[in-house]
Design a protein around this ligand. Structure first.
Ligand SMILES: CC(C)(C)c1ccc(C(=O)Nc2cc(-c3ccccc3)nn2-c2ccccc2)cc1
Length: 314
């Protein structure tokens, strides 16, 4: 059970850090809805004078349903406070909140390519039907580009672990892809609606992303930076299978049995040894034996330095 002084993500409530910016309602323009969930909607919008005095910035605005009670609003404030303290190039930028109108809003940076799971599925070299975004076929992703993606998520997770922040739901659906293929960890709380089959109600408790969780999280419901490392390994598996659901051949009940019996996901096709070894390092039954995010980042940096990935400068 989490220490009562910590919020759900195992983070010391740090009163001094609230750099929570209040954004004026009149500077926000909502353009179109890009997501829908049980607790509200997400819009593409613009925000004036956010970064530079006389400029607009594209933003993703998470609106809280107007008829929310005090409890949900207290949650909203707490989440916003927490998000405001986490800043890193591989964490989706949280600009601030607007609590002027009836509808409270959270303002995030807009990530133009959407969530990483959809991005991967649209760029699977094997997928026959090529999704045509503005009539340009999405180029399939090659394995060296996949390595760059896991490096970025690794950097973000290393930062969260350094802040003693436990994510509890790391997966490609909760990562976003921005311009020039920057990948960041972040979501708008819609995953349980959009990717509902990734979650399963274990006992009478909350719905859990069982396919991404280690044995101790399923059995004792403990979530730690070590259980985040396990989920990172499953996220890497997702990336090298271009967004397949882990254990897609099995039901939730069978998956829980597999994980409890320490059965591991198999090596994705064409997955390099170093990457599969990394996954195995994340999936040690004993949390203390798992790689740390820092060790993971060092291994990835070493590997990337061998095959530098040339940025698409043309
Ligand atoms: C990676 C960072 C630190 C940026 C992060 C960490 C946690 C969350 C998060 O907590 N997501 C999240 C889950 C649910 C959630 C909805 C319904 C049921 C159960 C959980 N809501 N949110 C949510 C709430 C407010 C703003 C945005 C996301 C996001 C980013």
């Amino acid at each position: 059970v989490d220490n009562p002084n910590y919020n759900g993500h195992g983070r010391k409530r740090d009163e001094s850090s609230s750099s929570l910016r209040k954004i004026k309602l009149e500077t926000i323009l909502l353009i179109r809805a890009i997501g829908e969930g049980a607790f509200g909607r997400v819009f593409l919008g613009t925000c004036a004078h956010l970064l530079k005095k006389d400029e607009f910035t594209f933003v993703a605005v998470k609106t809280l349903k107007g008829d929310c009670n005090e409890l949900v609003r207290a949650d909203f404030e707490r989440e916003a406070e927490m998000l405001a303290t986490l800043q890193h190039r591989n964490i989706v930028t949280f600009y601030g909140v607007c609590t002027e109108g009836e509808q409270w809003m959270m303002v995030f940076e807009f990530m133009e390519h959407g969530d990483l799971n959809k991005y991967l599925r649209d760029r699977d070299p094997d997928s026959r039907i090529r999704v045509h975004e503005n009539n340009r076929a999405d180029q399939p992703l090659h394995t060296d580009e996949l390595m760059k993606i896991i490096m970025q998520i690794g950097n973000g997770m290393e930062y969260l672990a350094s802040q003693h922040f436990v994510h509890r739901d790391l997966a490609t659906r909760n990562c976003l892809v921005g311009s020039s293929y920057i990948v960041k960890i972040g979501d708008f709380g819609m995953s349980r609606d959009v990717y509902s089959t990734d979650y399963y109600r274990v006992g009478d408790a909350a719905v859990l992303p069982v396919r991404w969780l280690p044995p101790e999280s399923l059995v004792y419901r403990t979530f730690t930076v070590e259980s985040d490392v396990w989920s990172f390994g499953v996220t890497v598996w997702e990336i090298y299978t271009y967004g397949k659901q882990p254990w897609y051949e099995y039901s939730n009940m069978q998956v829980i049995e597999h994980i409890r019996n320490c059965k591991l996901l198999s090596r994705p096709p064409n997955c390099p040894d170093v990457v599969f070894d990394l996954m195995l390092g994340c999936w040690k039954a004993n949390p203390q034996e798992r790689l740390t995010m820092s060790q993971i980042c060092n291994i990835l940096r070493e590997e990337l330095s061998k095959h530098p990935v040339y940025l698409p400068i043309i």
